[in-house]
Design a protein around this ligand. Structure first.
Ligand code: GLY
Length: 376
Protein backbone atom coordinates (compact mmCIF):
# COMPACT_ATOMS: atom_id res chain seq x y z
CA UNK A 1 0.00 0.00 0.00
CA UNK A 2 1.33 3.47 -0.85
CA UNK A 3 2.36 5.52 2.19
CA UNK A 4 -0.48 7.71 3.40
CA UNK A 5 -0.49 10.47 6.02
CA UNK A 6 -3.80 9.22 7.41
CA UNK A 7 -4.04 6.14 9.63
CA UNK A 8 -5.93 3.08 8.45
CA UNK A 9 -9.35 3.29 10.10
CA UNK A 10 -10.90 0.20 11.64
CA UNK A 11 -14.67 0.59 11.77
CA UNK A 12 -15.71 -1.62 14.67
CA UNK A 13 -14.02 -2.47 17.96
CA UNK A 14 -15.08 -6.12 18.20
CA UNK A 15 -12.91 -9.16 17.73
CA UNK A 16 -12.39 -8.72 13.98
CA UNK A 17 -11.58 -5.03 14.30
CA UNK A 18 -9.10 -5.69 17.10
CA UNK A 19 -7.51 -8.67 15.34
CA UNK A 20 -6.98 -6.76 12.09
CA UNK A 21 -5.77 -3.64 13.93
CA UNK A 22 -3.27 -5.76 15.86
CA UNK A 23 -1.79 -7.40 12.75
CA UNK A 24 -1.64 -4.11 10.83
CA UNK A 25 0.12 -2.43 13.75
CA UNK A 26 2.57 -5.35 13.95
CA UNK A 27 3.39 -4.64 10.30
CA UNK A 28 4.17 -1.03 11.12
CA UNK A 29 0.96 0.68 10.03
CA UNK A 30 -0.63 3.58 11.84
CA UNK A 31 -4.13 2.47 12.89
CA UNK A 32 -7.14 4.22 14.45
CA UNK A 33 -9.97 2.04 15.72
CA UNK A 34 -13.46 3.56 15.93
CA UNK A 35 -15.83 1.66 18.17
CA UNK A 36 -19.48 2.50 18.80
CA UNK A 37 -20.15 0.45 21.93
CA UNK A 38 -17.51 -2.01 23.04
CA UNK A 39 -19.93 -4.13 25.07
CA UNK A 40 -22.13 -5.07 22.10
CA UNK A 41 -19.30 -6.79 20.21
CA UNK A 42 -19.99 -10.44 19.38
CA UNK A 43 -16.46 -11.25 20.61
CA UNK A 44 -17.63 -10.59 24.18
CA UNK A 45 -20.77 -12.64 23.72
CA UNK A 46 -19.51 -15.82 22.06
CA UNK A 47 -18.52 -18.99 23.93
CA UNK A 48 -15.08 -19.02 22.32
CA UNK A 49 -15.25 -22.44 20.72
CA UNK A 50 -12.60 -23.26 18.14
CA UNK A 51 -14.74 -25.79 16.40
CA UNK A 52 -14.54 -26.19 12.62
CA UNK A 53 -15.09 -29.94 13.01
CA UNK A 54 -17.62 -29.93 15.87
CA UNK A 55 -19.69 -27.32 14.00
CA UNK A 56 -19.86 -29.76 11.07
CA UNK A 57 -18.61 -27.17 8.59
CA UNK A 58 -18.09 -28.17 4.97
CA UNK A 59 -16.61 -26.84 1.71
CA UNK A 60 -14.63 -23.58 1.70
CA UNK A 61 -15.86 -22.65 5.20
CA UNK A 62 -14.32 -25.85 6.59
CA UNK A 63 -11.06 -25.07 4.75
CA UNK A 64 -11.06 -21.54 6.15
CA UNK A 65 -11.81 -22.83 9.65
CA UNK A 66 -9.08 -25.45 9.48
CA UNK A 67 -6.59 -22.88 8.17
CA UNK A 68 -7.44 -20.59 11.08
CA UNK A 69 -7.29 -23.38 13.67
CA UNK A 70 -3.77 -24.17 12.49
CA UNK A 71 -2.68 -20.55 12.98
CA UNK A 72 -4.28 -19.99 16.38
CA UNK A 73 -1.38 -21.12 18.64
CA UNK A 74 1.03 -18.75 16.85
CA UNK A 75 -1.55 -15.94 16.75
CA UNK A 76 -2.27 -16.32 20.48
CA UNK A 77 1.46 -16.39 21.25
CA UNK A 78 1.85 -13.06 19.42
CA UNK A 79 -1.05 -11.48 21.34
CA UNK A 80 0.26 -12.79 24.65
CA UNK A 81 3.79 -11.52 23.89
CA UNK A 82 2.49 -8.09 22.83
CA UNK A 83 0.06 -7.71 25.73
CA UNK A 84 1.72 -9.60 28.57
CA UNK A 85 -1.69 -11.20 29.23
CA UNK A 86 -2.90 -14.77 28.82
CA UNK A 87 -5.65 -15.37 26.24
CA UNK A 88 -6.97 -18.53 27.93
CA UNK A 89 -6.41 -20.89 24.99
CA UNK A 90 -7.50 -24.41 25.98
CA UNK A 91 -6.94 -27.22 23.47
CA UNK A 92 -9.37 -29.45 25.38
CA UNK A 93 -11.07 -31.22 22.46
CA UNK A 94 -14.78 -31.18 21.67
CA UNK A 95 -17.22 -34.08 21.91
CA UNK A 96 -20.31 -34.14 19.67
CA UNK A 97 -22.94 -36.59 20.96
CA UNK A 98 -25.51 -38.36 18.74
CA UNK A 99 -28.65 -40.38 19.44
CA UNK A 100 -27.58 -43.15 17.03
CA UNK A 101 -24.34 -44.43 15.49
CA UNK A 102 -25.88 -43.79 12.04
CA UNK A 103 -26.27 -40.08 12.80
CA UNK A 104 -22.65 -40.04 13.98
CA UNK A 105 -21.36 -41.67 10.82
CA UNK A 106 -23.28 -39.25 8.59
CA UNK A 107 -21.95 -36.12 10.31
CA UNK A 108 -20.14 -33.99 7.69
CA UNK A 109 -16.83 -33.91 9.54
CA UNK A 110 -16.96 -37.50 10.87
CA UNK A 111 -13.75 -38.43 8.97
CA UNK A 112 -11.80 -35.93 11.14
CA UNK A 113 -13.13 -37.31 14.44
CA UNK A 114 -12.69 -40.34 16.66
CA UNK A 115 -15.84 -42.49 16.77
CA UNK A 116 -17.18 -43.14 20.26
CA UNK A 117 -19.69 -45.75 21.41
CA UNK A 118 -21.86 -45.15 24.49
CA UNK A 119 -19.22 -46.40 26.95
CA UNK A 120 -16.47 -44.29 25.41
CA UNK A 121 -18.82 -41.29 25.34
CA UNK A 122 -19.48 -41.70 29.08
CA UNK A 123 -15.74 -41.82 29.69
CA UNK A 124 -15.21 -38.56 27.78
CA UNK A 125 -18.26 -36.81 29.28
CA UNK A 126 -19.05 -38.25 32.72
CA UNK A 127 -22.76 -37.85 33.45
CA UNK A 128 -23.89 -37.34 29.85
CA UNK A 129 -27.67 -37.82 29.37
CA UNK A 130 -29.10 -41.26 28.51
CA UNK A 131 -30.40 -40.18 25.10
CA UNK A 132 -26.88 -39.95 23.67
CA UNK A 133 -25.68 -43.33 22.43
CA UNK A 134 -22.68 -42.40 20.27
CA UNK A 135 -20.25 -39.58 19.74
CA UNK A 136 -17.37 -38.03 17.87
CA UNK A 137 -14.31 -36.68 19.63
CA UNK A 138 -12.51 -33.89 17.82
CA UNK A 139 -9.35 -33.57 19.87
CA UNK A 140 -7.99 -30.91 17.49
CA UNK A 141 -10.87 -28.51 18.34
CA UNK A 142 -10.87 -26.49 21.55
CA UNK A 143 -11.77 -23.18 23.11
CA UNK A 144 -10.41 -19.80 24.15
CA UNK A 145 -11.67 -17.54 26.94
CA UNK A 146 -12.82 -14.82 24.58
CA UNK A 147 -15.07 -12.98 27.03
CA UNK A 148 -12.69 -12.56 29.94
CA UNK A 149 -9.23 -12.88 28.40
CA UNK A 150 -8.77 -12.79 24.60
CA UNK A 151 -10.62 -9.52 23.95
CA UNK A 152 -8.80 -7.75 26.77
CA UNK A 153 -5.42 -9.12 25.70
CA UNK A 154 -6.02 -7.98 22.12
CA UNK A 155 -7.01 -4.49 23.25
CA UNK A 156 -3.87 -4.22 25.34
CA UNK A 157 -1.67 -5.63 22.58
CA UNK A 158 -3.10 -3.03 20.18
CA UNK A 159 -2.46 -0.17 22.60
CA UNK A 160 1.10 -1.40 23.23
CA UNK A 161 1.69 -1.33 19.47
CA UNK A 162 0.39 2.22 19.13
CA UNK A 163 -3.16 1.63 17.84
CA UNK A 164 -5.34 4.64 18.68
CA UNK A 165 -8.86 4.01 20.04
CA UNK A 166 -12.00 6.15 19.93
CA UNK A 167 -14.69 4.34 21.91
CA UNK A 168 -18.18 5.81 21.60
CA UNK A 169 -17.73 6.93 17.96
CA UNK A 170 -20.60 6.06 15.67
CA UNK A 171 -19.58 6.05 12.00
CA UNK A 172 -22.63 7.11 10.02
CA UNK A 173 -21.45 7.54 6.45
CA UNK A 174 -18.68 6.59 4.04
CA UNK A 175 -17.64 9.49 1.78
CA UNK A 176 -16.18 8.77 -1.67
CA UNK A 177 -14.25 10.93 -4.14
CA UNK A 178 -15.24 11.49 -7.79
CA UNK A 179 -13.73 8.13 -8.80
CA UNK A 180 -15.63 6.31 -6.05
CA UNK A 181 -12.58 5.75 -3.83
CA UNK A 182 -13.05 6.12 -0.08
CA UNK A 183 -11.95 9.59 1.03
CA UNK A 184 -13.45 10.08 4.52
CA UNK A 185 -15.97 8.88 7.06
CA UNK A 186 -18.58 10.98 8.83
CA UNK A 187 -19.04 10.11 12.48
CA UNK A 188 -20.63 11.30 15.68
CA UNK A 189 -18.15 11.32 18.55
CA UNK A 190 -18.87 10.24 22.12
CA UNK A 191 -19.22 13.97 22.94
CA UNK A 192 -21.92 14.35 20.29
CA UNK A 193 -19.86 16.21 17.70
CA UNK A 194 -20.35 15.39 14.03
CA UNK A 195 -16.93 15.06 12.42
CA UNK A 196 -15.54 14.26 9.00
CA UNK A 197 -12.37 12.18 9.22
CA UNK A 198 -10.23 11.86 6.11
CA UNK A 199 -9.01 8.36 5.22
CA UNK A 200 -7.82 6.47 2.16
CA UNK A 201 -8.09 3.04 3.73
CA UNK A 202 -10.53 1.52 6.19
CA UNK A 203 -11.67 -1.92 7.31
CA UNK A 204 -15.36 -2.48 7.96
CA UNK A 205 -15.64 -4.82 10.94
CA UNK A 206 -19.08 -3.77 12.13
CA UNK A 207 -20.42 -7.26 12.90
CA UNK A 208 -24.21 -7.61 12.70
CA UNK A 209 -24.48 -3.84 12.09
CA UNK A 210 -22.25 -3.81 8.99
CA UNK A 211 -25.08 -3.33 6.49
CA UNK A 212 -26.13 -0.13 8.24
CA UNK A 213 -23.01 1.46 6.77
CA UNK A 214 -22.94 -0.42 3.47
CA UNK A 215 -26.45 -1.63 2.55
CA UNK A 216 -25.13 -3.77 -0.36
CA UNK A 217 -23.79 -6.22 2.21
CA UNK A 218 -26.15 -9.12 2.96
CA UNK A 219 -25.36 -9.19 6.68
CA UNK A 220 -28.16 -9.67 9.21
CA UNK A 221 -28.32 -10.39 12.96
CA UNK A 222 -28.96 -13.83 14.43
CA UNK A 223 -29.59 -13.34 18.12
CA UNK A 224 -28.11 -15.78 20.63
CA UNK A 225 -28.85 -16.06 24.35
CA UNK A 226 -26.40 -17.67 26.74
CA UNK A 227 -25.72 -18.32 30.40
CA UNK A 228 -22.93 -19.55 32.62
CA UNK A 229 -22.96 -21.96 35.58
CA UNK A 230 -20.45 -22.58 38.31
CA UNK A 231 -19.51 -26.24 37.96
CA UNK A 232 -17.81 -28.33 40.63
CA UNK A 233 -14.05 -28.46 40.06
CA UNK A 234 -13.05 -30.92 37.33
CA UNK A 235 -16.66 -31.80 36.48
CA UNK A 236 -16.07 -31.52 32.74
CA UNK A 237 -12.87 -31.38 30.71
CA UNK A 238 -14.13 -31.54 27.13
CA UNK A 239 -16.46 -29.08 25.40
CA UNK A 240 -19.76 -30.86 24.69
CA UNK A 241 -21.42 -29.73 21.47
CA UNK A 242 -25.02 -30.98 21.32
CA UNK A 243 -27.62 -30.02 18.76
CA UNK A 244 -28.84 -26.57 19.81
CA UNK A 245 -26.87 -26.48 23.08
CA UNK A 246 -23.21 -26.63 23.96
CA UNK A 247 -21.27 -26.68 27.24
CA UNK A 248 -17.87 -25.00 27.39
CA UNK A 249 -15.89 -25.63 30.61
CA UNK A 250 -13.37 -22.91 31.44
CA UNK A 251 -10.18 -23.66 33.32
CA UNK A 252 -11.58 -22.22 36.60
CA UNK A 253 -14.78 -24.28 36.55
CA UNK A 254 -17.11 -21.72 34.97
CA UNK A 255 -19.33 -23.52 32.45
CA UNK A 256 -20.47 -21.39 29.52
CA UNK A 257 -23.73 -22.61 27.99
CA UNK A 258 -24.93 -21.56 24.55
CA UNK A 259 -26.85 -20.69 22.59
CA UNK A 260 -30.20 -19.93 21.09
CA UNK A 261 -30.32 -19.08 17.41
CA UNK A 262 -33.05 -16.51 16.74
CA UNK A 263 -32.93 -14.88 13.29
CA UNK A 264 -36.54 -13.74 13.73
CA UNK A 265 -35.56 -11.57 16.72
CA UNK A 266 -33.72 -9.04 14.54
CA UNK A 267 -32.00 -6.56 16.84
CA UNK A 268 -34.45 -7.14 19.75
CA UNK A 269 -32.32 -6.84 22.84
CA UNK A 270 -32.66 -8.75 26.08
CA UNK A 271 -33.24 -12.19 27.49
CA UNK A 272 -36.53 -14.01 26.91
CA UNK A 273 -38.12 -16.72 29.08
CA UNK A 274 -38.47 -18.96 26.01
CA UNK A 275 -34.78 -18.56 25.15
CA UNK A 276 -33.64 -19.30 28.68
CA UNK A 277 -35.99 -22.32 28.85
CA UNK A 278 -34.44 -23.67 25.64
CA UNK A 279 -30.98 -23.51 27.23
CA UNK A 280 -32.22 -25.16 30.43
CA UNK A 281 -33.77 -28.00 28.40
CA UNK A 282 -30.54 -28.42 26.47
CA UNK A 283 -28.55 -28.68 29.73
CA UNK A 284 -31.03 -31.22 31.13
CA UNK A 285 -30.60 -33.39 28.06
CA UNK A 286 -26.81 -33.13 27.72
CA UNK A 287 -25.69 -33.18 31.35
CA UNK A 288 -28.63 -33.57 33.79
CA UNK A 289 -26.54 -32.90 36.92
CA UNK A 290 -25.65 -29.44 35.61
CA UNK A 291 -29.22 -28.27 36.05
CA UNK A 292 -28.54 -27.91 39.77
CA UNK A 293 -25.32 -25.93 39.37
CA UNK A 294 -25.76 -22.24 40.26
CA UNK A 295 -26.22 -19.80 37.36
CA UNK A 296 -23.67 -16.98 37.34
CA UNK A 297 -24.61 -14.77 34.40
CA UNK A 298 -27.07 -14.58 31.53
CA UNK A 299 -26.49 -12.56 28.37
CA UNK A 300 -27.31 -12.19 24.71
CA UNK A 301 -25.79 -10.89 21.49
CA UNK A 302 -26.10 -10.75 17.73
CA UNK A 303 -24.16 -12.99 15.33
CA UNK A 304 -23.40 -11.30 11.99
CA UNK A 305 -24.84 -13.78 9.49
CA UNK A 306 -24.83 -13.93 5.67
CA UNK A 307 -27.06 -16.04 3.37
CA UNK A 308 -24.45 -18.83 3.09
CA UNK A 309 -23.23 -18.35 6.69
CA UNK A 310 -19.70 -17.58 5.44
CA UNK A 311 -17.87 -14.32 6.15
CA UNK A 312 -17.25 -11.38 3.83
CA UNK A 313 -13.51 -10.87 3.47
CA UNK A 314 -11.32 -8.64 1.35
CA UNK A 315 -12.21 -5.80 -0.98
CA UNK A 316 -15.66 -4.18 -0.96
CA UNK A 317 -17.86 -2.25 -3.41
CA UNK A 318 -16.00 0.90 -2.22
CA UNK A 319 -12.33 1.00 -3.29
CA UNK A 320 -10.20 1.64 -0.21
CA UNK A 321 -12.65 -0.13 2.10
CA UNK A 322 -11.97 -3.76 3.08
CA UNK A 323 -14.39 -6.16 4.72
CA UNK A 324 -13.92 -8.33 7.80
CA UNK A 325 -17.48 -9.19 8.77
CA UNK A 326 -20.29 -11.75 8.54
CA UNK A 327 -18.58 -14.52 10.54
CA UNK A 328 -21.88 -15.78 12.01
CA UNK A 329 -21.14 -18.69 14.46
CA UNK A 330 -17.43 -18.87 13.79
CA UNK A 331 -15.96 -15.47 14.59
CA UNK A 332 -13.61 -16.54 17.37
CA UNK A 333 -12.31 -19.43 15.28
CA UNK A 334 -11.87 -17.27 12.16
CA UNK A 335 -10.32 -14.15 13.72
CA UNK A 336 -6.74 -15.39 13.21
CA UNK A 337 -7.09 -16.16 9.50
CA UNK A 338 -9.24 -13.07 8.93
CA UNK A 339 -6.55 -10.79 10.32
CA UNK A 340 -3.87 -12.51 8.26
CA UNK A 341 -5.84 -12.46 5.00
CA UNK A 342 -6.81 -8.83 5.41
CA UNK A 343 -3.23 -7.81 6.12
CA UNK A 344 -1.95 -9.72 3.10
CA UNK A 345 -4.37 -7.78 0.94
CA UNK A 346 -4.05 -4.36 2.54
CA UNK A 347 -0.32 -4.61 3.05
CA UNK A 348 1.06 -7.31 0.69
CA UNK A 349 4.61 -6.01 0.97
CA UNK A 350 4.70 -7.03 4.65
CA UNK A 351 3.16 -10.49 4.13
CA UNK A 352 4.51 -13.95 3.31
CA UNK A 353 6.07 -15.23 0.10
CA UNK A 354 4.39 -15.78 -3.27
CA UNK A 355 3.23 -19.28 -2.45
CA UNK A 356 1.47 -18.11 0.71
CA UNK A 357 -0.14 -15.25 -1.16
CA UNK A 358 -1.51 -17.62 -3.82
CA UNK A 359 -3.02 -19.99 -1.27
CA UNK A 360 -4.48 -17.12 0.75
CA UNK A 361 -5.70 -15.39 -2.40
CA UNK A 362 -7.77 -18.44 -3.32
CA UNK A 363 -9.38 -18.44 0.13
CA UNK A 364 -10.09 -14.72 -0.09
CA UNK A 365 -11.81 -15.09 -3.47
CA UNK A 366 -14.22 -17.66 -2.02
CA UNK A 367 -15.39 -15.22 0.63
CA UNK A 368 -15.63 -12.10 -1.54
CA UNK A 369 -18.86 -10.13 -0.99
CA UNK A 370 -19.65 -10.30 -4.76
CA UNK A 371 -20.63 -13.99 -4.48
CA UNK A 372 -24.07 -12.70 -3.46
CA UNK A 373 -24.44 -10.29 -6.39
CA UNK A 374 -27.36 -11.12 -8.63
CA UNK A 375 -28.98 -13.36 -6.01
CA UNK A 376 -32.66 -12.67 -5.41
N1 GLY B 1 -20.29 -20.57 17.81
C1 GLY B 1 -21.48 -20.98 18.41
C2 GLY B 1 -22.57 -20.02 18.36
O1 GLY B 1 -22.54 -19.06 17.61
O2 GLY B 1 -23.52 -20.20 19.06
Amino acid sequence: MAASPDPILILGGGLMGLAVAHQLARRGHSVLLLSRRRSEAAGFVAAGMLAPHAEGLSGPLLQLGQASLKRIPHWVAQIEADSGLSCGLRPCGIVVPFETPEQRDQFPTAPWGLSLDRLELEREVPGIGDAWRAGLLFSQDGQIDNRRQLMRALERACVQLGVQFQEGSEVQELLQDASGHLKAVRLVSAEGETLTMACQSAVLAGGAWSAQLLPELPVFPVKGQMLSLQAPKGALERVVFGPGTYLVPREDGLLVVGATSEPEAGFDEGLTPAGQRTLQEGIASLLPAANSWPPMERWWGFRPCTPDEGPLLGTSPVPGLWLATGHHRNGVLLAAITAELLCLQISPETGGGKETNNAEGTLLEQFHWSRFQGRA
